[in-house]
Write a protein that binds this ligand. Sequence first.
Ligand code: Q46
Ligand code: ZN
Ligand code: ZN
Length: 328
Amino acid sequence: MPRKCRKCSQPAVINMRQHKLALCADHFSEWIVAQTERFIKKYRMFTREDRILVAVSGGKDSLALWDVLLQLGYEADGLYLGLGIDGGFGYSDESQAMCEAFAAQHPETTLHILDIPGAYGESIPQMATRTRRGRGKPCSVCGLVKRHEMNRLAHDLGYNVLATGHNLDDEVAVLFQNTLNWQVGYLARQYPVLPEGDGFARKVKPFCRFYERETATYAIVRDIEYIYDECPFSEGATTIYYKELLNKLEADKPGAKLHFYLNFLRARDKEGLFADWKEEKVELHPCENCGQPTTAPGLCTFCRMLPEEVRPRVRTAQPIAFKMIARG
Ligand code: Q46
Ligand code: ZN
Ligand code: ZN
């Protein structure tokens, strides 16, 4: 028998076994919005005075996050980085089209689009091939470019908070990987909010306590169009392997992922796990080319990776602002 919404007895669109809660479409969207606000406050992510830049990829999590933040009345704009990834189906073009379609329906917001090949003359896979980084996979170059450009653009465009759509499944896969390897430094820094400082924007993950199926259901009930395909290079990634393992665990023990993550946060916050851990203080210097903070004197890793003649572009590369003008 299909389940009924706990609040209104309409047919439920989702049954969240870990919360023993089944909800209809309307009550589920309300629940997601209210829970997000609760997490934002609980982890002191930001307030309505902050300017938030949401890193959008065209996928369900980041577009759903943008939607929720707008519903909550935060000043939240989007940033899309065009990576120039095709994968035989125009992955980057299609994901950009999804972000534009979302922005077109929200005239109160702005979508900033920076096309990496347009700005620096090469796509991410081309950069990876030229620099021979990442053993045939462009992901390490991609991560480096995204981190650098998001931070640079947040700063240049006057946003102090960078929000990403990482969900519970993402966070738990990383936590599991870091625990298996006892990566103490990474574990100590894994948290829903990373404070700003030394030229870095504050980074927040307001969806870190939602399962992937919850963000997907939210996107569907809110009629948000998103790209279903993953980036073609994500195939075979270690985190996907861990996600599969954890899905098996979750199937046998509903709520196991959430407990693993929440107990980790509790051990950290209430029981002082990592309280004595001191981050090695590394001195940061502004990059000679772009001004972003970097550990080694001279050029930052991103500028060093670019061909010399392309480097000056980092100082001027600005995104296109895609904004729908409300008619009427
Ligand atoms: S890192 Fe690698 Fe992702 Fe970049 S190349 Fe694709 S899979 S998008 S999160
Ligand atoms: Zn209901
Ligand atoms: Zn630099």
